[in-house]
Ligand binder design. Structure first.
Ligand SMILES: Cc1cc2nc3c(=O)[nH]c(=O)nc-3n(C[C@H](O)[C@H](O)[C@H](O)COP(=O)(O)OP(=O)(O)OC[C@H]3O[C@@H](n4cnc5c(N)ncnc54)[C@H](O)[C@@H]3O)c2cc1C
Length: 1009
């Protein structure tokens, strides 16, 4: 089940949306009057700058765009969670070393440190507390006062944003802050989103406890608006709070939240659901409406249920209209917190990565402001259904809201985050009619980090009001400038134009957002209408004939102008993109891909076609020699009286042998590379996936590749494959598959008489990920689960061996176990499936043999019962995720091409770990997870590995962006999708012409003055 779409499409032209929002706002708002109100607030704040240790001051001194600011942020993010002294010292030294904290004497680090230590006496009277401060660590760090001071400084920075480590502490702080000011609070329990159900239940309990605390102080019969309340994150309460798992979310998450709602209703307090990522908005509305219906039924008098809404979303106004209609439908008054939005950078990246049609958020800061004001107006106009809560620290926005609210006369409140905007609110709250609620995070230091970094980024951004307020060089006029203007162009290139907007720039392939019904439905429809085409086996005896026709076609195709060949490939790319639904359906049916994997694969195939078209045009232009690089490029050098030209030519007929794990992308990539450079192709797809290959070939033929220039020869590797490799005259072989078969091909080619035939082989690997104790376990687990288990572990790049520092290993392993349990293994045609079956019985049996062996030899960490899986899914060849702990890296001898992860603990020198990984002999992908930048770089240099991914997952290389391929047992190179790939498909020819042969050096003489 997927949720119904309640709102408009998020991917709409920004200018159209903003033009409408401007219409909504302009008539009802006098901006200049609002700016006049805000100016004295700003002046007052500037006249009383915050103390040195306040976050605004720190960011002013160390902007996040500087090395120092970045170091501060990195340390703030990581230092408190590092459990072992050795790593803490390495991290601190690394970050402080790259920043210039200590070059300016007393000013910078010294000041930071001494302030920190002085402050710590005040703030931490009990001295050391919490795991990061354990005597062992502090004792050891004590030798290094700088490190100790930094630790303190980071803690103090954290305290700027966290009201208390416990509710008791937080409420005591709140009471102190309330003195003399009309403040209420909304408490938030800190933490990362839940990766496991265990985590989700832990968060649930902490919310329950918090509500109990708040309830004990709340006025049960008075005005709810004057009671403190709570804010909750749905992602903390369910490990699969995702659109694809909406049924589970409705079944499991809704009852959890309902329990909290009931407690809040009985206590007469406000409960707000925080706003999270764009692709969860529709799902959150499904959850919200289910709860609203229950509230209406059981607690119709409760006026405290509500949600946060992000104005930076292009559909924010529609969201408000929808929520107002819900309030009316269920006869409830809902509390609606309007925010601008905290995930802007992540939303932009997601849209770019997925090649989405547009951005779901505005790309100009002032457009977000306009949207905020339009939304504010809509909230103020719906007092029958909504109690507006305006959350912002922007003085101009606040003044505009006050002006609009005064006109309507409806009740409302303002909100700010703890640790932010205090100065401005001190001024604003001088108006006794205005009330403010403070969003107050509560939690242990260790849980602070993600929240802290978000706030640092928010405050550090140049466009942020708080940042500009602290920057005296931004004048009053600039600070309070009217946002009521339309910028016709987006501030960022559209995802499709990511690789350049200039004429001739390669278009990025467009992707889909599977949470949007309009994107998803054509795929599901295609599943019903797409059949796997029948492909008959090619008879070995006909291979010589196929070669002959391919060779004669070569004569013409190789002489076709490179730009014409490139045009044909681009046409094929467009056709593939247009056929995305049916190609995806085919990938699901024939290769058992999940929908997400299928969409990514079609995009990769399209990218290959376009990239190699561009690359061929680039490299196949003749160049004059000697080639002059750098500043003097293009200069005429060399011996007078001759010209020297180097050009690339095609080689002839190539044999392309591709695997079943990327039956479209790798197939299309190999073929396109050969065709773009003027070669012709005999293509043998994997035995398991000839249907997809046939469709790809049909598309290429329809685009203009002559039938004889690209021929599909379906059959077994041992027969058709072997015969193709043995065929005399073949000019080259490109192969992706196992190391073992690559070796067989290499030997067969070596045994052949005649020319020496090039082989490009891309093979597998025992891909490892090294994790040190500065890494964030949640981030590690996300990367591990994705890299090891998604695509059923059937990617060459997939993670096989996790090497995790022993100081954090228990926690990481426990989280992997919990997260693996949440994965859905089953029918890939279901949108909720994470892990489909492996490709065939042979693969299944082989993987099971390894699993049986590991059961006997190692410690079992993740291993669902085989019979239970088969019985519940009745899907052939399904292997759910498995994980085992083994003793040493050297114990991992073979690549297991399935969802099977082996885990080893390490201690000591990470370089030694890399040496052991190198010793395995493979060299395809490597993951490194550490916050110690210099360590990451040193390890990457030491690794004999083709593709290294630092602090992210290790799959999904993007064509032209992350050229892909390994070394050693993992392949010959050059890298697919990289700038050196096409050269291997070409021969080189140097032509030297003696220009003086006709009697003398006319050019030399003519050049003399
Ligand atoms: C009480 C409270 C609760 C909050 N709860 C949530 C929540 O549940 N979910 C959530 O997401 N956020 C939440 N926030 C954070 C909020 O979304 C803002 O990030 C924060 O308040 C800064 O906005 P501002 O109005 O104070 O500052 P301003 O500096 O005026 O505005 C900053 C906003 O502009 C956006 N922006 C920056 N550059 C651009 C650009 N080039 N194009 C378009 N937009 C841009 C930023 O992303 C940010 O949203 C909450 C904030 C408060 C005060």
């Amino acid at each position: 089940m997927s949720v119904a779409q309640r709102l408009t499409d998020p991917y709409r032209p920004e200018a159209d949306v903003v033009a409408h929002r401007l219409q909504v706002v302009s008539a009802g708002l006098d901006w200049h009057a609002a700016a006049r109100v805000a100016a004295p607030w700003v002046q007052a704040v500037r006249d009383n700058p915050p103390p040195f240790w306040a976050m605004e001051s720190l960011l002013k001194e160390y902007p996040i765009s500087s090395a120092e600011g970045l170091a501060l942020m990195r340390l703030a993010e990581a230092l408190l969670r590092v459990p072992d002294a050795e790593t803490a010292i390495a991290l601190t030294a690394d970050q402080l070393g790259r920043a210039d904290f200590d070059s300016s004497g007393d000013k910078v680090l010294a000041r930071l440190s001494s302030t920190a230590i002085a402050m710590s006496k005040h703030f931490l009277p009990g001295g050391e507390e919490g795991s990061a401060n354990s005597p062992g660590l502090m004792g050891k760090l004590g030798a290094k006062t700088v490190v100790a001071a930094t630790l303190r400084a980071v803690q103090l920075l954290g305290r700027q944003f966290v009201l208390g480590q416990t509710m008791k502490e937080a409420m005591a702080e709140a009471d102190a802050a309330r003195k003399g000011a009309k403040l209420t609070f909304s408490y938030d329990m800190l933490g990362e989103g839940a990766r496991t159900d265990h985590d989700a239940l832990r968060y649930l309990q902490s919310y329950k406890d918090a509500i109990e605390f708040i309830a004990s102080r709340a006025n049960k019969t008075g005005a709810l608006e004057q009671n403190d309340g709570i804010s909750i994150k749905l992602s903390a309460l369910h490990p699969r709070y995702e659109d694809a798992h909406s049924q589970r979310v409705m079944d499991e998450l809704v009852p959890r939240v309902w329990g909290l709602c009931e407690a809040a209703a009985k206590a007469n307090i406000n409960l707000t659901i925080d706003a999270e990522e764009v692709d969860r908005l529709e799902l959150s509305l499904e959850v919200f409406e289910a709860l609203v219906a229950k509230v209406a039924q059981q607690y119709p008098q409760w006026k405290g249920f509500g949600l946060a809404m992000q104005a930076y979303q292009t559909r924010a106004l529609e969201l408000i209209e929808h929520v107002a209609s819900l309030g009316r439908k269920y006869k409830l008054r809902l509390m609606c917190r309007l925010v601008k939005g905290a995930y802007w950078d992540a939303e932009i990246k997601r849209a770019q990565e997925n090649g989405l049609p547009a951005y779901p958020v505005f790309t100009h800061k002032h457009h977000t402001d306009v949207s905020y004001l339009a939304c504010a107006r809509a909230l103020l106009e719906a007092p029958d259904a909504i109690y507006p809560q305006f959350a912002t620290h922007n003085a101009a926005t606040i003044a505009a809201i006050l002006q609009m609210a005064a006109k309507t006369g409806v009740p409302f409140e303002l909100q700010r985050l703890h640790g932010m905007g205090e100065g401005v609110y001190r001024e604003v709250l001088k108006n006794p009619l205005v009330s403010c609620r403070v969003y107050a995070p509560v939690g242990a230091h260790r849980d602070l980090l993600a929240y802290l970094v978000r706030r640092l980024l928010e405050n550090g951004a140049n466009s942020s009001f708080v940042h500009q307020l602290a920057d005296e060089s931004v004048g009053m006029e600039e600070l309070l400038i009217s946002p009521l203007r339309l910028e016709p162009q987006s501030s960022l290139p559209m995802p499709i134009a990511l690789f350049g907007a200039h004429a001739g720039a390669r278009k990025n392939s467009t992707g889909l957002d599977l949470t949007v019904p309009a994107h998803r439905e054509p795929l599901l429809a295609a599943l019903a209408s797409t059949a796997i085409p029948a492909v008959s086996e090619f008879e070995v005896k006909n291979i010589a004939g196929a070669y002959q026709s391919c060779a004669s076609s070569y004569q013409k195709w190789s002489k076709t102008d490179v730009s014409e060949r490139a045009t044909v490939l681009r046409k094929a790319a467009d056709a593939m993109l247009a056929a995305t639904p049916s190609l995806c359906a085919l990938l699901v049916k024939e290769a058992f891909k999940t929908w997400g994997d299928a969409v990514a694969e079609v995009r990769e195939a399209v990218d290959f076609l376009r990239y190699y078209a561009d690359e061929a045009e680039r490299i196949m232009q003749p160049v004059s020699c000697p080639v002059v690089y750098g500043a003097h490029a293009g200069a005429m050098v060399g011996v007078t009286g001759e010209t020297n030209t180097l050009r690339l030519t095609a080689r002839g007929v190539w044999v392309c042998i591709s695997p079943w794990n990327f039956p479209l992308a790798i197939f299309a990539g190999q073929v396109a590379a050969a065709l773009a450079t003027g070669n012709t192709v005999l293509a043998k797809p994997a035995e398991q996936t000839p249907g997809i290959a046939k469709v790809a070939v049909d598309i290429l033929h329809a685009a203009g590749v002559p039938a004889d220039a690209l021929q599909l020869l379906h059959g077994a590797g041992e027969t058709v494959g072997a015969a193709l490799v043995a065929q005399p005259g073949v000019a080259g072989v490109v192969f992706t598959g196992s190391t073992q078969v690559a070796k067989i091909i290499q030997r067969a080619l070596a045994m052949k008489d005649g020319p020496i035939v090039p082989l490009i082989a891309e093979t597998g690997g025992i891909n490892a990920m090294l994790v040190d104790s500065s890494a964030l376990p949640e981030q590690v687990v996300d990367a591990v689960v994705l890299s090891a288990f998604r695509s059923a572990g059937q990617r060459c790049s997939a993670l096989r061996l996790l090497v995790v520092h022993s100081a954090i290993a228990d926690g990481v392993i426990e989280m992997i176990q919990g997260a693996a349990k949440e994965l859905v293994a089953g029918n890939p045609a279901h949108i909720a499936t994470d892990v489909g079956p492996v490709i065939d019985r042979e693969a299944y049996d082989n993987i099971q043999r390894h699993i049986d062996r590991l059961h006997a030899e190692s410690k079992v960490l993740v291993a669902p019962k085989r019979q239970a899986m088969t019985a519940t899914n009745s899907i052939a060849n399904l292997i759910p995720p498995h994980a085992f702990e083994v003793k040493s890296i050297a114990d991992v001898k073979a690549e297991i091409f399935g969802p099977v992860l082996q885990i080893v603990r390490w201690d000591g020198d990470p370089a030694e770990v890399i040496a052991q990984i190198n010793a395995l002999g493979y060299g395809l992908t490597l993951g490194i997870q550490t916050r110690i930048d210099s360590r990451a770089q040193a390890l990457a240099h030491a690794a004999h590995v083709g593709n290294i991914y630092i602090n992210r997952n290790m799959i999904g290389a993007v064509v032209g962006v992350q050229p892909f391929g390994g070394e050693g047992l993992s392949g010959t190179g050059p890298k697919a999708g990289g700038p050196h790939y096409l050269y291997r498909f070409c021969a080189e020819q140097a032509v030297t012409v003696n220009t003086t042969a006709a009697g003398g050096n006319a050019a030399l003489l003519a050049s003399l003055h």
